[in-house]
Design a protein around this ligand. Structure first.
Ligand SMILES: Nc1ncnc2c1ncn2[C@@H]1O[C@H](COP(=O)(O)OP(=O)(O)OP(=O)(O)O)[C@@H](O)[C@H]1O
Length: 268
């Protein structure tokens, strides 16, 4: 089967003091090729753990991830990762960062030049290609991270709060860029965010997770990502279902956090 299947994943971390944390329990879902799923949930509900398992950085205690018919046993170029910040090669210029993957694969410049130039263009980095990373703003650095990930031509892109460190205006621009790249490349994307608005705007599927143990609480299928491609995202937010769904999800997460606080107070 094509696509990405997360099959009955559970993850328990054993702690040095003999106790353990059940970070995920019986999480199952399937993503078809080209789907964009955003993942929301209160702190500690296992979002990053799930992403790290799909990336192959962590092996689950139970279950498996199956990608295009084969079991995931470790990191691979088919699954690219974009982190919140700090994962670029500071000592290389922008173009060298973007072309890093193809160069490491042993490709010759004639094989990757056109693709890298295309990615620099679509991410708005053409005029910055010779700059050092430290000369760039946070938003520009995340453009480099996206372009570098796409240069490896992964089937799935895993994003852990990729826009979380950006100011509000830059973040909005970058949300538009993520949608544009998603439609243009047809990649499957899983995007973790703490922002309900971002999850609504970017996820054609939106997963709300619950904590202790980390599990799927609710899934939404939403029209906003498709409406937002090439459009003004502020106009999309005026859609009547947008505010209603945002309120519903905010209340859901609020209730979960209240419950966590209640349990923590009761344990004291
Ligand atoms: N390496 C580890 N060792 C022990 N416990 C861990 C480890 N990694 C994660 N955990 C625990 O597993 C649970 C889920 O953590 P995770 O970071 O996946 O949650 P999250 O939803 O991404 O949280 P946040 O939104 O705060 O980033 C938490 O209780 C966390 O403390």
């Amino acid at each position: 089967m094509t696509g990405l299947s997360i099959e009955n994943i559970s993850m328990r971390f054993d702690l040095p003091n003999g106790s353990s944390v059940q970070a995920l329990k019986n999480v199952s879902l399937h993503l078809n090729e080209g789907e964009l799923m955003s993942v929301l949930g209160p702190s500690g509900c296992g979002k990053t753990t799930l992403l790290n398992i799909v990336a192959g950085f962590l092996a689950p205690t139970e279950g498996q991830v199956v990608m295009n018919g084969h079991k995931v046993t470790g990191p691979a170029a088919e699954r690219g990762m974009v982190f919140q910040q700090g994962a670029l090669f500071e000592w290389m210029d922008v173009r060298s960062n973007v072309s890093f993957g193809p160069r490491m694969e042993g490709q010759r410049p004639s094989q990757y030049d056109a693709h890298v130039d295309h990615l620099l263009n679509v991410t708005g980095l053409r005029d910055f290609k010779d700059k050092a990373i430290y000369e760039l703003s946070g938003g520009m650095q995340q453009r480099v991270a996206l372009a570098r990930c796409l240069a490896n031509d992964p089937d799935v892109i895993l994003m852990d709060e990729p826009l979380g460190a950006l100011d509000a205006l830059t973040r909005e621009k970058m949300q538009g860029l993520v949608l544009k790249l998603w439609k243009e490349t047809g990649k499957t994307i899983i995007l973790i965010t703490h922002s309900v608005e971002e999850a609504l705007l970017l996820g054609e599927r939106l997963l709300v997770m619950a904590p202790r143990p980390g599990r799927i609480h609710k899934e939404y299928n939403l029209p906003f990502a498709d409406l937002g491609v090439g459009a003004d995202l502020r106009e999309v937010k005026k859609h009547p279902d947008y505010a209603r769904t945002r309120e519903e999800i905010l209340e859901m997460i609020w209730d979960m956090e209240e419950e966590i606080m209640g349990r923590a107070e009761a344990a004291q």
